[in-house]
Write a protein that binds this ligand. Structure first.
Ligand code: NAP
Length: 182
């Protein structure tokens, strides 16, 4: 099971045009229950992210304490990027091959697509994205890094209010119905 688990603004951006997440970290979290990060991570065995997200993590979270994820992590890039002490694997392979490698490494656990949105779209196009779990912050930005720039149908599975967020879990049904017979 591959899940795109992320926070988003109400107007569908996961970062502002300068990759800032300041709008996110000032929100009140509340008790996230089933949608909480720790509950989610307990099921995860491998991660995949794009290079902008990787560089953001290196510049912010990893700056003081080292690489924050103990799990095998694929970073999609066409460039040579600095490695860190964790189990980080740089790749520009087909997402189907990456998905197979992650599944083998995850030992029966789920896979987390950290971001960004186009990468989630690549997996969705290959029919490999199973779930989207979003926490919607009460913010609009007008521009930024898109949540999921594809035309898809999703099915709402669960929703909850967590502090100032609305969290929702969707099953990815497939390409938008209107596109399926083109
Ligand atoms: N709101 C949240 O909770 C949340 C969650 C995750 C991320 N974020 C933020 O959202 C932003 C996402 O940035 P982004 O939209 O630029 O997306 P991204 O997926 O992080 O990075 C995109 C880059 O990844 C590389 N890439 C993507 N697909 C590839 C493929 N198939 N093969 C090889 N390389 C590939 C390309 O870079 P190169 O080939 O040039 O390296 C591409 O320009 C970041 O600022 C991140 O910090 C926010």
């Amino acid at each position: 099971m591959l899940t795109y688990y992320t926070a988003t603004t109400l107007d569908g951006w996961i970062a502002d045009p300068d990759d800032s997440l300041d709008w996110l970290f000032r929100q009140e979290e509340g008790d996230s229950g089933d949608f909480g990060f720790d509950v989610f991570m307990a099921r995860v065995g491998a991660l995949v992210m794009g290079s902008t997200t990787y560089e953001w993590v290196l510049a912010h979270e990893a700056a003081g304490n080292g690489w924050p994820f103990a799990l095998p992590t694929w970073v999609m890039t066409h460039r040579e990027l600095p490695a860190r002490d964790g189990d980080v694997r740089f790749s520009s392979a087909d997402v189907r091959d990456v998905h197979a490698e992650m599944t083998a490494a995850a030992g029966g656990r789920d896979l987390w697509l950290v971001g960004g949105g186009d990468l989630a779209g690549q997996f969705a196009q290959a029919r490999l994205l199973d779930e989207v779990v979003v926490s919607i912050a009460p913010v609009t930005l007008g521009a930024g890094r898109p949540l999921l720039p594809r035309r898809l149908d999703l099915e709402l599975v669960a929703a909850a209010v967590n502090g100032s967020f609305v969290s929702a879990r969707y099953r990815v049904a497939g390409p938008l119905l209107e596109d399926r017979h083109r």
